[in-house]
Design a protein around this ligand. Structure first.
Ligand code: 6GP
Length: 839
């Protein structure tokens, strides 16, 4: 250890220091200081964005000591660390969350008020980093929050996309995509670390050679090299000192690269090459649960995986831990197969760059990785054409062939009489054009494989990964998803959170099981009244927002029936739409019919290339246009598609819902996490026996959950019998009427062709079996309408839902991962002159 120059040692930071102090006066002073010195503005010409930035820097300053101390502690202790590899992190805005986690939300609100500013308005300014599509990316963000809160050493590794998920606009009822400019007004939450940049090789060829010690080696001569520059964001846990790191890689051209072109005068050519390199981290692929198989996407995967593994090796070298202990220092969790190339990349780094033998490297690799599967949908399973692989990653392909050969030897020994097992399990798909199957690579290279809800894990074992389950039963385990109550209760629903804390104390925020204690208030008239009032007020606020932004008046007393998630046929937004049309038909047939007034709200993006999903958006808007204007409807039905659904907007939506739509075809939704967020905020669920719905229903009690539809087994059985949706259409008069009304052009100004592709698919294929579930859904929805009229019963059900959601905290999920196969325990962070109680 070298002794630092005493002149360079920081004096101890005083608590009341402008950069760390947490009292209101200090916060105000720090804020004004940042407005002047960072934004370069006097208050009289500052914009709301300047104020937001000044406040963000004020808060960031207060994270830094914890962050650096956390890193220092891990370094000193050589702590075992989880590396969470994910192509997506859907973080949501930072400011509010950091205020909550620092415990200074109310004080900052007051400080802003004393300066004549409104904290809510400043929070609204923040553009969220939309670096993910949906469930998978948001899950990664919830897990990072829980890891920090539980004081688990962890690093999130991903890509710093310059353009995140597109912004959605609706024009004439259609989705329009606009590029997302989350970096436009500056992003105060990250620190670039160019000194830790790493090179990533792309393309070229391999050569064999014998090294100076006579060993047979392989050298990869790349076509070119791209640099990965880390951009770090501190992620503070809830009322702890732990601030872990999210490290996102930005692609840059290697400095030295086309000097020939440059020197020969082709300056523009050289800059062009630079642009090509930088393309790698330019844009997030906007597909949820669909693999598009594009070259640039494979480049993104190898790029962030290689950067991250090299970074881990650098960290070990810094801590003087020998590389043989890689699997003791790190566990690397792969969020789906997007990072699965890591299995081959770690082998390459250990063998080619660090001279290990195959067996040594394979021993380390297979003790390091774990793989989470997030979907059973065949269109999401990643496979890359061999030719593409060879072109971009020639060395990895060689290594994968070798891994596969050794693996198939094991398969042959295990199943001597079943040669078909070889082609079934091979990492290389040779049934037609040859592909690398990324899920097979992930399974062979991992010590643990998990699904994200109990049913999903069972279906994985019976279905897509059945052969791997037979061969390695002990690798398989379930980890039902969870969500962070800090963001999705405390931050998004402060009034409900306060009401809960007043009854059962504050511990539930970190120990969500304690919500159970609310059960004793289920018959308390005061609590019931307050609970109802909170829901009503939030609904009214949303109604005002909708009036202002969409010019549609909605009745806050109506049942707010919400489906907010990516648009996908398997999620069946169009089944919901069929119920709306059915209700509308009933009103048209009998304008005085008694129905429970409802407001149907939808939110969610469609992948830009997913035509049917976009047509579903158009259909919802078309129905809304007619229904919302029809005087016969009066204020009994309203239908709205809320544009540009995001984490930020979701935080407003969950607290306002009475009914949460979780109506996927059974067996298709791996888990769902929106289902949890709605229920925690006192919405009841109408849902199928799919994903985590099953476990939510188990927890809240079947009498507090609106169940309908076929089970996954029934879905398979019905398909096997030969499913004919047309029979349902012909024999169900309400279904027929609903379909016919859409087909007639009634919702499309007489255009009969517009929705025909959607209707044809339903009538003749109906892959997601809407028609088979239609009647059960309609009956269940009608029942929901009746129960809603019984205010006491409904309130009781909603309170019990909230009280019984403890299991669905991401803290529980992370504890399970830690105990089961991560084998990591908390490392508390001590900070001098400061105690967590003080915040
Ligand atoms: C999603 C699943 O569709 C969803 O059910 C689950 O809750 C979520 O992952 C988190 O586990 N899957 C994806 O978003 C995806 O793209 C490849 O999977």
């Amino acid at each position: 250890q070298t002794v630092p120059d005493p002149r360079l040692v920081c004096p101890p930071v005083r608590v009341e220091d402008d950069r760390t102090g947490l009292n209101i006066e200090t916060l105000k002073r720090a804020f004004l200081d940042n407005l002047f010195y960072i934004q370069g503005k006097f208050p009289d010409i500052a914009t709301q964005n300047d104020y937001y930035m000044a406040l963000a820097y004020t808060v960031r300053d207060r994270l830094l000591k914890r962050w650096l101390k956390t890193a220092q502690t891990y370094t000193e202790q050589g702590s075992r660390t989880v590396c969470y590899l994910s192509a997506e992190f859907l973080l949501g805005p930072h400011l509010g969350k950091n205020l909550i986690n620092l415990g200074i939300y109310d004080d900052v609100q007051q400080a802003m008020e004393e300066l004549g500013l409104d904290l809510e308005t400043l929070l609204e300014q923040e553009e969220e980093p939309g670096l993910g599509n949906g469930g998978l990316g948001r899950l990664a963000a919830c897990y990072l929050d829980s890891m920090a809160t539980l004081e688990i050493p962890s690093i999130g590794y991903g890509i710093r996309y310059e353009y995140g998920i597109f912004e959605q606009d609706i024009r004439d009822g259609w989705q329009i995509e606009r590029s997302d400019k989350w970096l436009r007004s500056g992003y105060p939450w990250e620190v670039p670390r160019p000194e830790w940049s790493v090179p990533v090789k792309i393309g070229g060829h391999t050569e064999q050679y014998t090294d100076e010690r006579g060993r047979f080696r392989v050298r990869w001569v790349p076509h070119h090299v791209v640099m990965g520059v880390p951009h770090d964001t501190p992620l503070l846990g809830y009322q702890v000192n732990t601030a872990n790191t999210l490290r996102l890689w930005r692609a840059e051209a290697a400095e030295s690269f086309d000097f020939d072109a440059f020197n020969s005068g082709d300056y523009v050519g050289a800059v062009h090459e630079k642009m090509v390199s930088e393309n790698i981290s330019k844009v997030l692929y906007p597909n949820d649960n669909i693999s598009q198989g594009k070259e640039l996407r494979l480049l993104q995967q190898i790029f962030f995986v290689s950067c991250s593994l090299q970074d881990m090796i650098r960290i070990m070298e810094g801590q003087k831990i020998p590389l043989e202990k890689f699997h003791e220092k790190f566990v690397v969790q792969m969020n789906d197969t997007h990072p699965a190339i890591a299995v081959a990349e770690l082998m390459r780094l250990l063998i080619d760059d660090h001279c290990m033998t195959w067996d040594q490297a394979w021993g380390i690799t297979t003790r390091t990785f774990a793989y989470t599967n997030h979907t059973l949908l065949p269109e999401a399973l990643e496979r890359w054409p061999i030719a593409l692989f060879k072109k971009l990653l020639p060395r990895h392909l060689e290594l994968i062939y070798e891994i596969n050969q050794r693996f198939l030897d094991d398969v042959r020994i295990r199943y001597p009489e079943q040669p078909q097992m070889l082609s079934q399990m091979s990492i290389i798909d040779e049934s037609g054009e040859r592909y690398v199957r990324m899920a097979h690579l992930a399974c062979v290279g991992s010590m643990a494989i998990n699904g994200v809800a109990a049913l999903h894990t069972e279906l994985l074992k019976q279905g897509v990964l059945h052969d791997f389950y037979e061969m390695y039963p002990k690798k398989f385990n379930n980890k039902t998803n969870g969500v962070t109550p800090r963001r999705f209760m405390v931050l998004s629903n402060p009034r409900l959170s306060r009401a809960i804390t007043e009854r059962i104390g504050p511990n539930w925020v970190k120990h969500l099981d304690e919500l159970k204690k609310l059960e004793s208030y289920v018959d308390d008239p005061n609590f019931r009244q307050e609970f109802r009032q909170i829901k009503f007020d939030i609904k009214q606020e949303l109604a005002t927002y909708i009036q202002q932004n969409y010019g549609v008046a909605i009745n806050p007393n109506s049942l707010f029936d919400i489906q907010a998630k990516r648009i996908h046929e398997y999620k069946r937004q169009h089944l919901n739409a069929l119920y709306i049309v059915t209700l509308y038909n009933r009103i048209k047939a009998n304008p005085n019919i008694e129905i429970t007034p409802r407001t149907f709200l939808f939110g969610g993006k469609a992948a830009p290339g997913y035509y049917t999903a976009k047509l579903i958006i158009k259909l919802i808007n078309a129905i809304g246009d007619v229904v919302n204007r029809d005087p016969d409807v009066r204020d009994r039905l309203k239908v709205l598609f809320l544009k540009d659904y995001s984490v930020k907007f979701a935080q407003r939506i969950y607290p306002a819902a009475d009914l949460s739509e979780q109506i996927s075809t059974a067996g298709k939704e791996a888990s769902g996490t929106g289902n949890m967020k709605f229920a925690m905020n006192g919405a009841l669920t109408i849902g199928t026996l799919d994903g985590a719905n099953i476990e939510i229903r188990e927890e809240v009690g079947e009498e507090n959950f609106f169940l309908f539809g076929m089970t996954a087994d029934e879905v398979y059985a019905r398909k096997a019998q030969g499913y004919n949706p047309y029979d349902y259409y012909q024999s169900n008069s309400e279904l027929k009427l609903a379909i016919d009304r859409i087909a007639s052009g009634f919702f499309s100004h007489g255009d009969r062709k517009l929705f025909q592709p959607l209707l044809d698919t339903l009538m003749h294929r109906d892959d997601y079996m809407l028609f088979a579930d239609y009647q059960a859904y309609i009956d269940c929805q009608d029942y929901v309408g009746q129960v809603f009229q019984d205010v006491d019963r409904w309130t009781r059900m909603t309170i019990l839902n909230v009280a019984r959601m403890g299991k669905f905290s991401s803290d529980r999920a992370i504890r399970d991962y830690c105990e089961d196969f991560w084998k990591i325990s908390p490392v508390p962070i001590e900070i001098e002159e400061y105690s967590p109680e003080a915040i």
